[in-house]
Design a protein around this ligand. Structure first.
Ligand code: SAM
Length: 245
Protein backbone atom coordinates (compact mmCIF):
# COMPACT_ATOMS: atom_id res chain seq x y z
CA UNK A 1 0.00 0.00 0.00
CA UNK A 2 1.37 3.47 -0.88
CA UNK A 3 1.81 6.07 1.84
CA UNK A 4 -0.79 8.70 2.78
CA UNK A 5 0.96 11.91 1.71
CA UNK A 6 -1.57 14.26 3.24
CA UNK A 7 -0.68 13.47 6.85
CA UNK A 8 2.42 14.42 8.76
CA UNK A 9 4.72 11.44 9.32
CA UNK A 10 7.10 11.15 12.26
CA UNK A 11 9.91 8.69 12.99
CA UNK A 12 10.09 7.59 16.65
CA UNK A 13 12.49 5.21 18.42
CA UNK A 14 9.93 3.65 20.78
CA UNK A 15 8.06 0.38 20.25
CA UNK A 16 4.59 0.94 18.74
CA UNK A 17 1.28 -0.65 19.69
CA UNK A 18 -2.29 0.56 20.26
CA UNK A 19 -2.52 2.77 23.35
CA UNK A 20 1.23 3.48 23.61
CA UNK A 21 1.88 7.02 24.84
CA UNK A 22 5.01 8.65 23.36
CA UNK A 23 6.85 11.82 24.25
CA UNK A 24 7.88 13.70 21.12
CA UNK A 25 11.52 14.86 21.18
CA UNK A 26 11.89 18.64 21.80
CA UNK A 27 12.66 19.18 18.09
CA UNK A 28 9.65 17.11 17.02
CA UNK A 29 7.40 18.88 19.54
CA UNK A 30 8.59 22.27 18.28
CA UNK A 31 7.92 21.24 14.69
CA UNK A 32 4.46 19.82 15.42
CA UNK A 33 3.18 22.57 17.67
CA UNK A 34 5.03 25.74 16.57
CA UNK A 35 5.77 25.13 12.88
CA UNK A 36 2.78 23.02 11.82
CA UNK A 37 0.60 24.48 14.61
CA UNK A 38 -1.11 21.16 15.23
CA UNK A 39 -3.62 21.31 18.10
CA UNK A 40 -4.40 18.72 20.73
CA UNK A 41 -6.34 15.90 19.06
CA UNK A 42 -4.60 16.39 15.68
CA UNK A 43 -3.76 13.18 13.85
CA UNK A 44 -0.42 12.14 12.39
CA UNK A 45 1.38 8.96 11.37
CA UNK A 46 4.27 7.46 13.33
CA UNK A 47 6.74 4.70 12.43
CA UNK A 48 9.91 3.28 13.95
CA UNK A 49 11.34 1.10 11.15
CA UNK A 50 10.20 -2.08 12.98
CA UNK A 51 6.47 -2.08 13.69
CA UNK A 52 4.86 -0.60 10.57
CA UNK A 53 3.02 2.70 10.47
CA UNK A 54 0.42 3.81 13.02
CA UNK A 55 -2.15 6.56 13.34
CA UNK A 56 -1.45 8.67 16.43
CA UNK A 57 -3.03 11.72 18.04
CA UNK A 58 -1.51 14.61 19.93
CA UNK A 59 -2.89 13.86 23.37
CA UNK A 60 -1.18 16.68 25.29
CA UNK A 61 0.91 19.68 24.37
CA UNK A 62 2.68 22.33 26.32
CA UNK A 63 5.32 25.00 25.63
CA UNK A 64 8.07 22.45 26.12
CA UNK A 65 6.74 19.26 24.61
CA UNK A 66 4.04 17.12 23.12
CA UNK A 67 2.62 13.72 23.95
CA UNK A 68 1.33 11.37 21.26
CA UNK A 69 -1.06 8.49 21.80
CA UNK A 70 -0.85 5.65 19.28
CA UNK A 71 -4.28 4.59 17.96
CA UNK A 72 -4.34 1.99 15.18
CA UNK A 73 -2.07 0.47 12.52
CA UNK A 74 -2.27 1.99 9.03
CA UNK A 75 0.43 0.04 7.12
CA UNK A 76 2.37 -3.14 7.83
CA UNK A 77 6.14 -3.18 8.17
CA UNK A 78 7.61 -4.13 4.75
CA UNK A 79 10.87 -6.12 4.44
CA UNK A 80 14.10 -4.13 4.23
CA UNK A 81 15.31 -3.70 0.61
CA UNK A 82 18.22 -6.07 -0.05
CA UNK A 83 20.30 -3.52 -1.97
CA UNK A 84 23.55 -2.27 -0.36
CA UNK A 85 24.63 1.14 -1.58
CA UNK A 86 28.38 1.76 -1.25
CA UNK A 87 29.51 5.32 -1.88
CA UNK A 88 32.53 7.54 -1.51
CA UNK A 89 31.33 10.38 0.76
CA UNK A 90 31.11 13.83 -0.82
CA UNK A 91 31.25 17.26 0.81
CA UNK A 92 28.36 18.07 3.11
CA UNK A 93 25.50 19.53 1.03
CA UNK A 94 25.86 17.01 -1.77
CA UNK A 95 26.32 14.17 0.70
CA UNK A 96 22.99 15.07 2.35
CA UNK A 97 21.36 14.98 -1.08
CA UNK A 98 23.03 11.71 -2.04
CA UNK A 99 21.88 9.96 1.16
CA UNK A 100 18.29 11.20 0.84
CA UNK A 101 18.09 10.10 -2.80
CA UNK A 102 19.53 6.65 -2.02
CA UNK A 103 16.78 6.12 0.58
CA UNK A 104 14.09 7.24 -1.87
CA UNK A 105 15.52 4.94 -4.54
CA UNK A 106 15.32 1.82 -2.37
CA UNK A 107 18.70 1.22 -0.75
CA UNK A 108 18.54 -0.99 2.35
CA UNK A 109 22.05 -0.37 3.67
CA UNK A 110 24.22 2.73 3.22
CA UNK A 111 27.94 1.94 3.32
CA UNK A 112 30.39 4.88 3.14
CA UNK A 113 33.68 3.82 1.51
CA UNK A 114 37.01 5.64 1.66
CA UNK A 115 38.77 5.43 -1.72
CA UNK A 116 42.08 6.99 -2.76
CA UNK A 117 40.41 10.19 -4.03
CA UNK A 118 37.62 10.42 -1.44
CA UNK A 119 37.21 13.99 -0.21
CA UNK A 120 35.70 13.14 3.19
CA UNK A 121 37.21 10.04 4.79
CA UNK A 122 34.95 9.86 7.87
CA UNK A 123 31.50 11.39 7.33
CA UNK A 124 29.42 12.15 10.44
CA UNK A 125 27.32 9.04 10.87
CA UNK A 126 24.69 10.87 12.97
CA UNK A 127 24.12 13.38 10.16
CA UNK A 128 23.84 10.55 7.62
CA UNK A 129 21.23 8.89 9.86
CA UNK A 130 19.31 12.17 10.26
CA UNK A 131 19.13 12.44 6.46
CA UNK A 132 17.94 8.84 6.20
CA UNK A 133 15.12 9.55 8.69
CA UNK A 134 14.15 12.79 6.94
CA UNK A 135 13.88 11.04 3.58
CA UNK A 136 11.88 8.19 5.13
CA UNK A 137 9.47 10.65 6.79
CA UNK A 138 8.98 12.63 3.60
CA UNK A 139 8.53 9.69 1.27
CA UNK A 140 6.56 7.29 3.45
CA UNK A 141 9.36 4.74 3.62
CA UNK A 142 8.85 2.37 6.55
CA UNK A 143 11.95 0.15 6.11
CA UNK A 144 14.50 2.68 7.35
CA UNK A 145 17.93 1.85 5.87
CA UNK A 146 20.88 1.04 8.12
CA UNK A 147 23.91 3.35 7.98
CA UNK A 148 27.25 1.56 8.45
CA UNK A 149 30.54 3.01 9.66
CA UNK A 150 32.91 4.12 6.90
CA UNK A 151 35.45 1.52 5.70
CA UNK A 152 38.43 1.63 3.35
CA UNK A 153 37.83 0.20 -0.12
CA UNK A 154 40.55 -2.46 0.39
CA UNK A 155 38.88 -3.62 3.59
CA UNK A 156 35.41 -3.65 2.01
CA UNK A 157 36.64 -5.84 -0.86
CA UNK A 158 38.71 -8.16 1.37
CA UNK A 159 35.68 -8.85 3.61
CA UNK A 160 33.13 -9.06 0.79
CA UNK A 161 30.53 -11.85 0.84
CA UNK A 162 31.16 -13.27 -2.65
CA UNK A 163 27.54 -14.44 -2.98
CA UNK A 164 26.55 -10.77 -3.35
CA UNK A 165 27.33 -9.09 -6.69
CA UNK A 166 28.96 -5.69 -6.52
CA UNK A 167 27.90 -3.42 -9.39
CA UNK A 168 30.66 -0.87 -9.86
CA UNK A 169 30.04 2.34 -11.83
CA UNK A 170 33.14 2.52 -14.01
CA UNK A 171 33.57 5.90 -15.66
CA UNK A 172 36.27 4.32 -17.85
CA UNK A 173 34.09 1.50 -19.26
CA UNK A 174 34.46 0.75 -22.97
CA UNK A 175 30.71 0.82 -23.80
CA UNK A 176 27.89 3.26 -22.96
CA UNK A 177 25.00 0.88 -22.32
CA UNK A 178 24.74 -0.66 -18.83
CA UNK A 179 21.60 -2.71 -19.50
CA UNK A 180 23.13 -5.95 -20.93
CA UNK A 181 25.59 -6.23 -18.03
CA UNK A 182 22.78 -5.69 -15.51
CA UNK A 183 20.43 -8.18 -17.19
CA UNK A 184 23.20 -10.78 -16.98
CA UNK A 185 23.20 -10.60 -13.18
CA UNK A 186 19.45 -10.64 -12.46
CA UNK A 187 18.18 -12.60 -9.43
CA UNK A 188 21.35 -12.07 -7.38
CA UNK A 189 21.88 -10.23 -4.10
CA UNK A 190 23.20 -6.83 -5.13
CA UNK A 191 25.33 -3.93 -4.04
CA UNK A 192 26.21 -0.75 -5.91
CA UNK A 193 29.50 1.14 -5.71
CA UNK A 194 29.84 4.75 -6.90
CA UNK A 195 33.16 6.59 -6.74
CA UNK A 196 34.16 10.03 -5.45
CA UNK A 197 34.23 13.30 -7.38
CA UNK A 198 37.84 12.61 -8.36
CA UNK A 199 36.84 9.16 -9.68
CA UNK A 200 38.52 5.82 -8.89
CA UNK A 201 42.29 5.60 -9.28
CA UNK A 202 43.62 3.37 -12.09
CA UNK A 203 44.86 0.96 -9.44
CA UNK A 204 41.42 0.75 -7.79
CA UNK A 205 39.74 0.24 -11.14
CA UNK A 206 42.15 -2.61 -11.98
CA UNK A 207 41.59 -4.15 -8.56
CA UNK A 208 37.80 -3.99 -8.89
CA UNK A 209 37.67 -5.33 -12.44
CA UNK A 210 39.77 -8.36 -11.45
CA UNK A 211 37.35 -9.55 -8.74
CA UNK A 212 34.93 -12.37 -9.65
CA UNK A 213 31.99 -10.84 -7.73
CA UNK A 214 32.28 -7.42 -9.42
CA UNK A 215 30.31 -6.26 -12.50
CA UNK A 216 31.51 -2.98 -14.01
CA UNK A 217 28.85 -0.84 -15.69
CA UNK A 218 28.98 2.37 -17.73
CA UNK A 219 26.41 5.15 -17.29
CA UNK A 220 26.26 6.47 -20.83
CA UNK A 221 28.69 8.60 -22.83
CA UNK A 222 28.96 11.53 -20.38
CA UNK A 223 30.79 11.70 -17.07
CA UNK A 224 28.25 12.38 -14.33
CA UNK A 225 28.87 13.98 -10.98
CA UNK A 226 28.93 11.39 -8.24
CA UNK A 227 25.49 12.28 -6.82
CA UNK A 228 23.92 12.21 -10.29
CA UNK A 229 25.67 8.91 -11.03
CA UNK A 230 24.20 7.42 -7.84
CA UNK A 231 20.61 8.29 -8.74
CA UNK A 232 21.09 7.17 -12.36
CA UNK A 233 22.62 3.84 -11.32
CA UNK A 234 19.96 3.15 -8.68
CA UNK A 235 17.19 3.90 -11.21
CA UNK A 236 18.82 1.58 -13.77
CA UNK A 237 19.20 -1.24 -11.27
CA UNK A 238 15.62 -0.91 -10.00
CA UNK A 239 14.20 -0.74 -13.54
CA UNK A 240 16.17 -3.63 -15.04
CA UNK A 241 16.70 -6.12 -12.20
CA UNK A 242 15.27 -4.47 -9.07
CA UNK A 243 11.88 -3.67 -7.53
CA UNK A 244 10.49 -1.45 -10.32
CA UNK A 245 9.82 -4.45 -12.54
N1 SAM B 1 36.91 10.65 -13.25
C1 SAM B 1 36.14 11.86 -13.21
C2 SAM B 1 36.84 12.93 -12.47
O1 SAM B 1 38.06 12.93 -12.44
O2 SAM B 1 36.19 13.80 -11.87
C3 SAM B 1 34.70 11.69 -12.78
C4 SAM B 1 34.38 10.89 -11.59
S1 SAM B 1 32.66 10.84 -11.42
C5 SAM B 1 32.40 12.47 -11.10
C6 SAM B 1 32.33 10.07 -9.89
C7 SAM B 1 31.84 8.67 -9.98
O3 SAM B 1 30.59 8.60 -10.63
C8 SAM B 1 32.74 7.73 -10.71
O4 SAM B 1 33.79 7.23 -9.92
C9 SAM B 1 31.79 6.65 -11.16
O5 SAM B 1 31.59 5.68 -10.14
C10 SAM B 1 30.51 7.42 -11.40
N2 SAM B 1 30.35 7.81 -12.81
C11 SAM B 1 30.20 9.07 -13.28
N3 SAM B 1 29.99 9.07 -14.61
C12 SAM B 1 30.01 7.76 -15.01
C13 SAM B 1 29.84 7.11 -16.26
N4 SAM B 1 29.63 7.76 -17.39
N5 SAM B 1 29.91 5.75 -16.26
C14 SAM B 1 30.11 5.05 -15.13
N6 SAM B 1 30.28 5.62 -13.91
C15 SAM B 1 30.22 6.97 -13.84
Amino acid sequence: MRANYKMQRLFVEADLSAGTVLSASPEQAHYLTNVLRLAEGAELLVFNGRHGEWLARISARSKKGAQLTVAEPTRQQPPMPDLIYCFAPLKQGRLDYLVQKAVEMGAGVLQPVATQHTQVARPGIERLRANVVEAAEQCGILAVPTVRESVKLDHLLAEWDASRRLVFCDEDASTNNPVPALRAIAEQHLALLVGPEGGFSNEERRQLRALPFVTAIPLGPRILRADTAAVAALALIQATIGDWR
